[in-house]
Design a protein around this ligand. Structure first.
Ligand SMILES: NC(=O)CC[C@H](N)C(=O)O
Length: 395
């Protein structure tokens, strides 16, 4: 039987001063101080070990339906700003932290983190022993739970536990089409405010044309494609092969995104297979990598322990070089399921899981990690140049 996160029997009495709680499907209750928005949200509880980038993490659409425990104790102290977001809205449901969020101290801050969370309807829970929570998650896998915040300290804990138990879990869940853009758009159409340096780049009128399929994409991927010299058009997750081709792509980018790749694969894989058939060069990141794997006949599985952080070492099989990478994934392509026309290009040095693949009979490659990661590390930026340079040759 799984070990509960706190000693049994669990008391349902609200401790003095508690204004927030994490209620897990196994009946565990982790009390703390609520911040950000009030309310309750149900999802998968996972942890992230990055020391910086909490705003990027909260707005990364790949975190839809997830509640993130940050292992770094000081979160929120550089406030919030309009530049560090990976999507217009946050997608993570909430966050769990050790220390209370302090007033911001940073020249880039335009708003306190607490106010930003309130404004965006995201719930925080502070004062939690995040080390103990992380150890428990490592042992038992990412549990389902409800994060709740009520300033008056009123909680119906039985109902919260029941809600956590009733949530079906991420396996089998397609979330890509929920977070995707619903209409195509050109990245350089002024929809995004990127600052002066990027305005110059974003024109790239003669650059190769990349059509990016948005399964939940992060802005910084588009910035990196543009910085490498491409013109970029974004299409929705559910775009058909004909819709993708109507934009006249030189190459197609398969984005990151939330949920179970096998579920999203139901509509994404047939499109990717068609693209391979007509010889379109492909580059995939994270969910896009998993979908490319599925498209060539590999399988994906939910990992016991996902990878989420900014210092994950990955070995490049070609030359043994180690890249320090950012990661955020809970599923992986099963290395032993790769077909004969695919080879493993990168391997995680934490657990040996597959971190990159390349087709030997097509111009298509993908990585499980996030080369676009902002803030850093930047070891893997070369992948954007490799893709766009390849398209230049083909354009
Ligand atoms: N960042 C991503 O694209 C995540 C992919 C997938 N949802 C996973 O958790 O593995």
């Amino acid at each position: 039987m799984r070990r509960a996160l706190v000693a049994e029997p669990v008391s349902t009495r609200v401790p003095e001063g508690a204004t927030g709680v994490l209620a897990l499907a196994d009946g565990s209750l982790i009390w703390g101080r609520g911040f950000g928005a009030e309310g309750a949200a149900v999802g998968e509880v996972c942890f992230n070990t990055a020391m910086t980038g909490y705003q990027e993490v909260m707005t990364d659409p790949s975190y839809a339906a997830q509640i993130i425990a940050f292992t770094f104790p000081h979160i929120g102290n550089v406030g919030a700003n309009p530049e560090d977001i990976e999507a217009i809205n946050p997608h993570a449901l909430g966050l769990i932290v050790r220390e209370d969020v302090t007033d911001p101290s940073n020249f880039r801050s335009t708003q306190g983190f607490d106010a930003w969370l309130k404004q965006n309807g995201r719930i925080g829970l502070a004062g939690v022993d995040t080390r103990a929570l992380t150890r428990a998650i490592r042992i038992q896998g990412a549990p389902n739970g409800v994060i709740a915040h009520d300033a008056a300290g009123r909680f119906d804990v039985e109902a919260l536990i029941a809600q956590a138990r009733g949530w079906p879990g991420l396996e089998g869940m397609d979330l890509a089409k929920e977070v995707s853009a619903t209409q195509s758009y050109k990245w350089d159409d002024g929809l995004w405010t990127l600052g002066e340096g990027y305005a110059a780049h974003s024109a790239n009128p003669d650059g190769p044309h990349v059509v990016a399929i948005d399964y939940g994409l992060k802005r910084n991927i588009l910035r990196n494609l543009v910085a490498a010299g491409a013109r970029v058009t974004v299409v929705p997750a559910t775009a058909t092969f004909d819709e993708v081709m109507a934009h006249g792509p030189d190459g197609v980018f398969l984005s990151n995104g939330p949920g179970d790749p096998a579920a999203t694969g139901a509509y994404a894989v047939p499109v990717i297979r068609e693209l391979l058939k007509v010889g379109k060069p492909l580059f995939g990141i994270c969910l896009g990598h998993q979908l490319l794997g599925l498209a060539v006949g590999a399988t994906t599985s939910k990992m016991h322990q996902g990878h989420r952080g900014a210092n994950h070492p990955v070995k490049r099989t070609e030359d043994g070089r180690v890249e320090i990478t950012s990661m955020n994934h809970g599923f992986a392509v099963d290395a032993d399921s790769l077909p004969a026309n695919a080879r493993a290009t990168h391997v995680s040095l934490f657990d040996g899981s597959l971190a990159g693949l390349e087709l030997t009979d097509a111009k298509a490659f993908s990585v499980q990690y996030h080369p676009e990661a902002s803030p850093g590390p930047q070891d893997s930026h070369y992948l954007f140049e490799r893709f766009v340079d390849e398209l230049r040759g083909a354009a």
